[in-house]
Design a binder for this molecule. Structure first.
Ligand SMILES: [Zn+2]
Ligand SMILES: [Zn+2]
Length: 354
């Protein structure tokens, strides 16, 4: 089969590799769509994962073969996959911290080499422990919609970490695909969403997704970003301040701004700060005296799968509007380049083999 193999930093090659062989408790899935995810982009561009690997973990496709002991699935079913599935038994899982579970950290889907998702290949093997993460796609929905379940799950999980009441005011900084999902999910829950971004096209979509107010921030002039976001936030939240802020951009400056903008007892959730060792100064009295929470959220929550599927497949969160570009498998490198440096009209980028 054809696969896009990561051979080192910024080195992706279209190669011919064996179709994965499956065991009695496994599935073979023919990939139809795979989303390009920022976490993979970072690994590919910075070479932080040891090669060779086949990346791509937001995968949907058709089951073409089932292991002899598999009863729950059959060939021909259209499915969305989750590459991380928790054991639901360990100490971390009992604390509902699935992303810290040792089984969860293993990757249960592969197209060969060290398992890394495999969605940038024609076929993937679903390992036994990843089977509970397989979700059927209804006939009316597309593979692209199926491929969005995993990223939507990560956003819903984060939203549930916020202690909000209906009518609260929440800043969502950054209206990329992830920020837009936050905007939509928060609006569906009755929040006043203040959405910021650099691109007017993204702010337009944010309004259509339910943002109460949008503000364009200038970059790289950070001061004006801080000042304009602050004045807009004041306007939106009055003297009380924001109830919460979601920082969906990897900017320390925005985190500090957000901590200043939330009210006492409010929350700042960081979602895009995945680079280790990047330290920043924070006024800790804001956390201690003002009781502001600085929290993070990473990866998906297995228990939310059904709720996520319902949101996406009912189109209350219409992810079709987020998918702006589809590339064929042999142009995966171009897909990743576009997702890494978005254009004014690009949001979610897919590698599509349908
Ligand atoms: Zn992802
Ligand atoms: Zn566990």
């Amino acid at each position: 089969m054809r696969a896009v193999v990561y051979r080192g930093a910024n080195d992706l090659r279209l190669e011919t590799v064996p179709v994965p062989r499956i065991g009695p408790h496994e599935l073979l899935v023919k990939v139809a769509a795979c989303g390009v995810c920022p976490t993979d982009i970072k690994k590919i561009q910075h070479g932080t994962a040891a090669p060779p690997r086949i990346f791509g973990h937001e995968t949907a496709g058709v089951i073409v073969r089932t292991g002899s002991r598999v009863r729950k699935f059959k060939a021909g079913e259209r499915v969305a996959l989750h590459h991380h599935v928790p054991c639901q038994e360990c100490h971390a899982c009992r604390h509902h911290a699935f992303a810290q579970c040792e089984q969860y950290k293993r990757t249960g889907i592969t197209a060969g080499f060290e398992p890394a998702g495999g969605g940038y290949a024609e076929f993937v093997r679903v390992m036994p422990f990843a089977l509970p993460g397989v979700v059927r796609i209804p006939t009316r929905n597309s593979f692209l919609e199926g491929a969005m379940l995993e990223p939507v799950n990560t956003v819903l999980k984060a939203v549930k970490r916020l202690a909000l009441l209906r009518g609260d005011t929440v800043l969502v900084a950054g209206q990329g695909p992830i920020g837009l999902m936050f905007t939509r999910l928060l609006a569906l829950r009755g929040m006043n969403v203040l959405a910021t971004d650099r691109m007017p096209s993204r702010l337009k979509l944010a309004r259509e997704f339910g943002a109460t107010e949008t503000i364009q921030v200038r970059s790289p002039a950070r001061q004006s970003k801080a000042a304009s976001a602050q004045s807009a936030a004041r306007k939106a939240a009055g003297v009380r301040g924001l109830d919460a802020a979601v920082v969906a951009v990897p900017s320390d400056e925005v985190v500090r701004d957000a901590l200043g903008l939330v009210r006492g007892g409010g929350q700042v959730l960081i979602f895009a700060h995945t680079r280790r060792g990047a330290e920043t100064a924070v006024d800790l009295a804001g956390i201690c005296v003002d009781e502001k929470d600085l929290i993070g959220s990473y990866s998906s929550d297995f228990l939310l799968q059904a709720e996520v599927a319902s949101l996406v497949f009912s189109r209350r969160l219409d992810v079709r509007r987020l998918v702006t570009h589809e590339f064929p498998l042999d142009q995966t490198a171009a897909a990743i380049a576009l997702a890494a440096k978005p254009s004014t009209d690009s949001l979610k980028v897919m590698v599509s083999q349908g």
